[in-house]
Design a protein around this ligand. Sequence first.
Ligand SMILES: Cc1ncc(COP(=O)(O)O)c(C=O)c1O
Length: 322
Amino acid sequence: MMLIELPDFQTKNAAKPWPLQGRVSKSGKTMIEKAYHDRDGHIWMNGEFIDWRESKVHLLTHSLHYGSAVFEGNKVYEGEIFRLTDHSTRLVNSAKLLGYEIPYTVEEIDQACLDTLEKSGLSNAYMRPVAWRGSDMMGVASKNNQIHFAVACWHWGNYFTDKMKGIRLCISDWKRPAPDTSPCKSKAAGLYMICTLAKDKATATGWDDALMFDYRGRVAECTGAHIFFAKGEELHTPTNDILLEGITHDSICKLAKLRGYKVVKRDIMPEEMKDFDECFVVGTAAEVTPVREIDGIHYKPGKICEAMLNDYNDCVHGKIKI
Ligand SMILES: Cc1ncc(COP(=O)(O)O)c(C=O)c1O
């Protein structure tokens, strides 16, 4: 992660509904991540590479106003993009769910990602393919807008550090929406406003992340990761009827079965959470991250967390095939 010192005037005078997120350095200065617009490199945009600093969109971009960008988060391990085609396929489907077609095939999206990685020279990275409706027309109607597509890639290490220590989750006030109130299977920018509200409030009140329930009160997911609970050698995970089809979730189910663990996908109610021994969250960025507390319920990351963490690490590095 690229960290820079935040000038004093920004920490003192900034209007901040919740405390600024950042780390305090040894000198007592607040450190923040270097702004993404203030970096060097290249971005693949609409079929060509452009300078990182020139990757601009117009103010009147339809998706900026109406939330219809769709995106992926891919992770690169030692030069290999993990489950690239699955991510590209999900991206194309996310756009279809919002009523538009990305003007590139899954194969072309894969190739754009591979080319972007090569151009970056990085071997461990995070990659962000994104598609959006352009600025050809304004208003809720969208059909005359051209669809744009871009891929950016940057160095990114672990999302949570010191993993076996486990993270602490609060319970969010926000609920995952019903399937008839949102295109819930789309990785659509607009759906992330709930995640951002939940995550910002969690970190501002001393938690690492928030666990969201869904519109029916069932345990759903974290702000960027799915959740698993373990009892003995059984893994329990929420029924995935209204959540994003998680690529890491799928990998973990397969890896758990390879180990001989039973995987149970079912509706999990909040009052059941105390009955499990271990808990962990999974996602492309979070990878496998053990949980040590959910709002007063304590777990001890143990054998299962460690096994899944190690197996996932072996899997993304090509040492276990699924
Ligand atoms: C809300 C949400 N849930 C779950 C996930 C995990 O999905 P994946 O494993 O495909 O990265 C993500 C990340 O994309 C997410 O944003």
